[in-house]
Design a protein around this ligand. Structure first.
Ligand code: SF4
Ligand code: SF4
Length: 415
């Protein structure tokens, strides 16, 4: 994607979290300059400006997962000035984990030094998204070297790369890569691992026999996505901070499905426009895929690290009252589809109803906290009831901000 005119760089994951900011409004920054940190040292992740320009604001701004967090907004000045890129050998740091934090790479640092196994999830759970596969096929050397760097600098002595059986080109690339890295093995699976929190993927890996030993699977395995290996290579060898990501942009609101290298902090409206979409025509935009992606009520929100896709579905340009019922939320018709698909074996329709009536205790009794937030119930619901979002809202309201993920548009729903 062409360089955006502006970027918004969040400094927090949730509004209460600590952060540091090293620039002021009006400052000029170069591409690659560290502007702040998410969290505070030693448990921080650096934030770098992906463009050269001027800091125009440091205020709470929309975030794709929470309502608003403190962020730095930078407007491009049209120059290409770059901060010096320092690879590990020139960084003066001895701790590789600290170096990766300084380069803004989102790794599970709590376990980094004590892990036994690195599990690379190269399967794709979401329809439409294909950035993982493209990344491995097009950046094979960086991917391979990044994994080797991770192996050599963590406690891990085993690397498992999980791929789907049907993806023949991917399987053959990963197989040849495993022949070159002695600690690496390929694990071919029939079903992809879901795009969910790492703890869930570790449990799935144990249940499916991908990682055999329970203690290793639960306490000594880190799960990484392929982009992490590429980012590790870029940082360790070339000194480039993690500032852009290969993202699939898809959906009926986009002319052609495409994978684009997009700067972190680019606003979703700019991404959709660059991909050939018309922002005023798209009705449903999710950050991530159509199933488990986060619905975005505001397209001012920026692309954040870890996001691999933007899904934009088009709407018919009718007034609300003239829209087909297929585009409107309707009453539950008791079809039971959401119950059929729910992997947690809970009744999403009943729980969502209880949450809407603020009967959180009863919702909890019916299994509110067993919900994995997979999004399948919402995907199949013919009445377009935002089931998963209501369940997240229920968790948020009954357990405060300890909820698994904080629902970004809860204010809208609650009214
Ligand atoms: S989001 Fe929760 S309730 Fe809905 S299908 Fe997934 S696990 Fe079940
Ligand atoms: S899928 Fe939707 S309409 Fe069908 S039972 Fe569940 S909530 Fe009701």
């Amino acid at each position: 994607m062409a360089q955006p005119q502006r970027v918004v760089l969040p400094l927090q994951d949730v509004p209460e979290n600590p952060f540091e900011v090293f620039v002021n409004t009006g400052d000029t920054v170069t591409a690659g300059q560290k502007v702040g940190t998410i969290g505070k040292a030693p448990e921080h992740i650096a934030v770098h400006s992906p463009i050269a320009g001027e800091v125009t604001a440091i205020i709470p701004m929309p975030h794709p997962l929470v309502h608003e967090v403190n962020s730095v907004r930078i407007s491009a000045d049209g120059t290409e000035s770059q901060a010096p890129m320092q690879p590990f050998r020139d960084s003066g740091l001895s701790d590789v984990g600290e170096f990766f934090r300084e380069k803004g790479i989102p790794l599970d640092y709590k376990y980094f030094a004590t892990i036994a196994t690195i599990l690379v999830n190269a399967t794709e759970f979401e329809p439409y998204l294909c950035s993982k596969e493209r990344l491995i096929l097009e950046e094979t050397e960086k991917f391979s070297q990044g994994l080797t760097i991770l192996l050599e600098n963590s406690g891990a002595d085993k690397l498992i790369i999980v791929v789907e059986k049907g993806k023949s080109s991917l399987v053959s690339v990963v197989r040849s890569l495993c022949n070159r890295i002695p600690a690496a093995v390929i694990e071919e699976v029939n079903q992809p691992l879901p795009d969910t929190i790492e703890a869930m993927i570790r449990q799935k890996a144990l249940m499916r026999g991908i990682v055999k030993d329970k203690v290793t699977a639960i306490d000594r395995t880190i799960v990484i996505e392929p982009y992490i290996a590429v980012a590790v290579y870029d940082a360790f060898v070339l000194g480039i901070p993690f500032m852009e990501q290969l993202v699939t942009v898809a959906g009926s609101g986009i002319q052609t499905l495409q994978n684009m290298w997009i700067k972190i902090g680019t606003q979703l409206s700019d991404i959709i426009q660059q991909a050939g979409g018309n922002v005023s025509n798209v009705r449903r935009v999710t950050l991530g895929g159509p199933i488990m992606g986060r619905p975005q009520p505001m397209l001012d929100a920026p692309l954040i690290k870890k996001a691999r896709g933007v899904f934009a579905a088009v709407a018919l340009a009718f007034d609300e009252e003239r829209k087909s019922r297929f585009y409107k939320r309707c009453a539950c018709v008791r079809c039971g589809k959401c119950v059929d698909v729910c992997p947690a074996r809970i009744p999403p329709n009943l729980i969502a109803d209880l949450v809407e009536h603020k009967r959180f205790g009863e919702a909890e009794e019916l299994g509110l906290y067993s919900c994995l937030e997979c999004g399948l119930c919402y995907y199949v619901c013919p009445s377009i009831i935002p089931l998963v979002e209501l369940l997240k809202l229920g968790k948020l309201n009954s357990k405060g901000r300890d909820s698994l993920l904080i629902f970004n548009s809860y204010r809208t729903l609650w009214t």
